[in-house]
Design a binder for this molecule. Structure first.
Ligand code: ZN
Length: 300
């Protein structure tokens, strides 16, 4: 092998760095199994970045038309709503939600409940990644409720992570040039919603986006999703707000959205700031911030 031939990844990363030096704004692609997943998990993150002028692409890989069918009034003749009718309704809903948040929408049409992330599906996701060239990809954790209430989540997480890799493969069957995604953020597994409780995975968040400033926009976007709601809009809205407050508590801000950052953190050495408590919630019981900081000042 000649010395000039370098591994593909290095070349692509060098190209990416040059491209990114020219880019003023981030590009973020959010892949959800169902339209509502994107809004439930990342509406605040999307709105925050859209307001900064970053480009956000929302990609629901299915309409969730089977999954959400029971939430809609059954048709008299068949007992369920025709899929095309549900899809049309859900498309308008997610279009409205994306408009509120400032995201571009690319709706895919994989078959919810039965798609398995086959090579055509991975190819389709790969083409979106190669076309949009996101700095950051956000999606489900590949263990999210696998084999239980919502297998589409795990399937989507796995397919998207495969596509992230495939997007930069030699010989990938795509007319678009290869692209290396720099960062993948995963939504933590929602083990508590597993119907049969067979998902043993608990994947705690290690990365939070402060969405306190845009929590009302998130509510507005959620209210567009009538066809994805089992409960009333108000109940879902309340539940989501309670969740963002609880994640915010873990992050030390009023409202947050949680992620798993998939690259390792590397520091030159530990400092008190890294190992100390973040605001009050992690203080030893009975301590005040002042007491703690008087013993462990955060100057370093
Ligand atoms: Zn879902």
């Amino acid at each position: 092998m000649s010395d000039e031939i370098k591994p593909r990844t290095w070349m692509s990363r060098a190209i990416n760095r040059r491209q990114m030096a020219k880019r003023e704004h981030l590009r973020i692609a959010v892949f959800g199994a169902h339209p509502a997943d994107i809004i439930f998990n990342s509406a605040g993150t999307i709105a925050t970045h859209a307001q900064k002028g970053d480009k956000v692409l929302a990609v629901p890989v299915t309409y969730g038309a089977r999954h959400c069918n029971p939430f809609l009034a059954p048709a008299k003749e068949s007992g369920y709503r025709p899929l095309e009718e549900v899809k049309a309704k859900k498309l308008v809903e997610i279009q409205n939600a994306c408009k509120i948040l400032g995201a571009e929408l690319h709706q895919l049409d994989f078959k919810d409940q039965i798609f398995v992330g086959n090579h055509e599906e991975i190819q389709e996701i790969t083409d979106i990644i190669r076309g949009f060239r996101p700095d950051i990809v956000i999606t489900h954790h590949p263990t999210d409720t696998a084999f239980s209430d919502q297998p589409d989540h795990a399937t989507t997480g796995t397919a998207v992570m495969r596509a992230v890799k495939y997007a930069n493969e030699w010989g990938a069957e795509s007319k678009k040039p290869g692209f290396q995604v720099n960062t993948v953020l995963l939504w933590p597994s929602h083990h508590d919603t597993a119907m049969y409780l067979v998902t043993p995975y608990i994947t705690p968040a290690n990365y939070y986006v402060d969405v306190s400033e845009v929590v009302e926009l998130k509510s507005q976007a959620l209210r567009c999703l009538e066809g994805s709601m089992l409960a009333t809009e108000e109940a879902v809205d309340g539940a989501i707000k309670a969740m963002s407050v609880s994640w915010g508590g873990a992050a030390g801000v009023p409202h947050a959205e949680p992620y798993i950052y998939t690259s390792p953190f590397v520091v030159k050495g530990l400092s008190r700031r890294e190992i100390g408590p973040h605001r009050q919630m992690l203080l030893p019981p009975g301590w005040t911030v002042e007491q703690y900081e008087s013993l462990f000042p955060l100057e370093d």
